[in-house]
Design a protein around this ligand. Structure first.
Ligand SMILES: CC(=O)SCCNC(=O)CCNC(=O)[C@H](O)C(C)(C)COP(=O)(O)OP(=O)(O)OC[C@H]1O[C@@H](n2cnc3c(N)ncnc32)[C@H](O)[C@@H]1OP(=O)(O)O
Ligand SMILES: O=C(O)CCC(=O)C(=O)O
Length: 409
């Protein structure tokens, strides 16, 4: 590892992330893999609908970014999903392709028919959800899990067992049941599932540790964002040796969504020294593609991929940028724009602008003005921005500057 891994060409994070005392209990797996669920759980975000072709386009972009595994969908949801999964398998894009299924032999048959390598198999696992939401007896959940996971395995599929609401179940009891399904049925991996995003980071470590003690299979983290904890929880689980993280592009997904891939990937790389092999320069183009095809609004300040992250309005920051230049851009941005495929930093003009911003824009227009005139323009910019509740375009700035300085437009 580099001697100062917190400060590299492309990033500058806190040195404390690497302090011996801070890292002593972190036990990351040698190879951490991304299992992308944008095409299944991501599409479960209300109102998000991907056509077959859109799913294929997203799968291609995920493959280009180096995602290790794609959950391409649930065949029973629609004929279009079924066809999309088949086509994604056929294209042999690079990542392993999995399908999602209920713990039902019929669902597994549909997965087999698509040609996928593996299947993520869901079953409710908390007593309250089984009784209240499914109105089943627990024994039914166990029997159908055993029968269907065995069927999947016997037919050549890799099985990731997916206990819905695992994080709200009585832990020891749930592990006992899962152990039984593993013995009498089959599982190659178990997902630590926080269906309702109700796990805290300290409990995520405990969760991973307790399951790891008892189940000798690969563990995978599937966390939701109801309290915004998905990223922290995923990293804490990975720090306990969990090998696979389930994420979506932009964190789209059911309710407040899933763990956003771009955030975990960049946090792992910069704050934990874990490069998991994703081409991070593809993160913003991938996010832009998914945003467009999903038709969702993404806040401009969204971590890593937001459209406004490298726009500098605040005058003080604009002065920092003037002094640091592109060379020392990580003094004011924790990650360089090109490392995540963002456009270069840009000074924009608005109510928060300062004198350096105005002088830079005036210079760009070829206007040499006195300090007093620059101040007059700055005050006019602030008034204009406040009145119109917007930033100024280059054209608006030029017209305003010429008007207040008494020059012909
Ligand atoms: C926490 C979450 O994320 S929930 C979101 C889950 N994802 C989705 O719902 C994806 C979109 N859903 C759909 O397209 C449809 O709901 C489908 C195709 C999945 C199912 O179709 P539906 O018309 O709702 O139900 P369908 O009648 O086919 O199946 C219901 C049966 O599945 C059984 N079932 C439900 N979940 C499971 C499971 N995990 N394992 C085994 N059986 C299950 C039910 O008990 C019921 O059985 P029964 O007919 O013997 O009573
Ligand atoms: O129930 C399902 O179909 C999906 C469940 C899920 O993604 C979750 O529990 O987080």
């Amino acid at each position: 590892m580099a001697t100062e891994p917190w400060k590299a060409k492309d990033w500058f994070v806190s040195p404390w992330n690497y302090a011996d005392e801070a890292v002593k209990d972190l036990n990351f797996a040698k190879q951490i893999k991304v299992h992308d669920v944008t095409l299944r759980d991501g599409e479960q975000q209300t109102g998000v609908i991907f056509s077959k072709d859109e799913k294929i386009r997203i799968a291609e972009a995920l493959a280009e970014a180096g995602v290790h595994r794609i959950e391409a969908g649930m065949p029973v949801v629609s004929a279009s999903d079924n066809e999309a999964i088949k086509e994604i398998v056929k294209r042999n894009l690079g990542p392993e392709i999995f399908a999602f299924a209920r713990c039902m032999v019929d669902d597994v048959k549909r997965a087999i028919d698509t040609g996928v390598k593996g299947v993520v198999m869901e079953i409710p696992s908390s007593m309250h959800l089984v009784e209240n939401a499914y109105r089943w007896k627990m024994e039914k959940a166990i029997e159908t899990s055993i029968e269907s996971t065995r069927y999947a395995h016997d037919n050549g599929l890799e099985v990731v067992f997916f206990p819905i609401d695992f994080s709200r179940a009585e832990l020891k009891w749930a592990i006992d049941l899962i152990e039984r399904v593993g013995k009498e049925g089959h599982m190659d991996a178990v997902a630590l599932v926080d269906t309702f995003g109700v796990l805290s980071p300290h409990a995520a470590r405990y969760f991973a540790r307790e399951v790891k003690k008892r189940l000798n299979v690969r563990l995978e983290a599937h966390f939701h964002q109801d309290f915004g904890m998905g990223v922290a929880n995923t990293i804490m689980a990975l720090a306990e040796g969990v090998e696979v993280m389930h994420t979506t592009v932009l964190g789209i997904g059911e309710r407040s969504g899933n763990t956003p891939m771009e955030e975990v990937v960049m946090a792992l790389k910069t704050m934990y020294g874990q490069d998991i092999g994703i081409d991070t320069t593809k993160l913003t183009p991938l996010a832009n593609l998914v945003q467009r095809l999903a038709g969702v609004q993404v806040p401009s300040n969204k971590a890593i991929v937001g459209s406004g992250l490298y726009q500098i309005e605040s005058g003080i920051i604009a002065s920092w940028f003037k002094n640091c230049g592109e060379q020392m851009a990580t003094e004011l941005f924790p990650i360089r724009w090109d490392a995540v495929g963002q456009p270069p930093a840009d000074i924009v003009m608005g109510k928060g602008s300062g004198i350096d911003s105005v002088n830079i824009w005036l210079q760009d227009l070829g206007m040499q003005v006195s300090d007093d005139d620059a101040m007059t323009v700055l005050q006019a910019v602030k008034a204009y921005s406040l009145k119109n509740k917007k930033m100024l375009s280059k054209g608006e700035f030029r017209d305003l500057a010429k008007r207040v300085l008494g020059k012909a437009a």
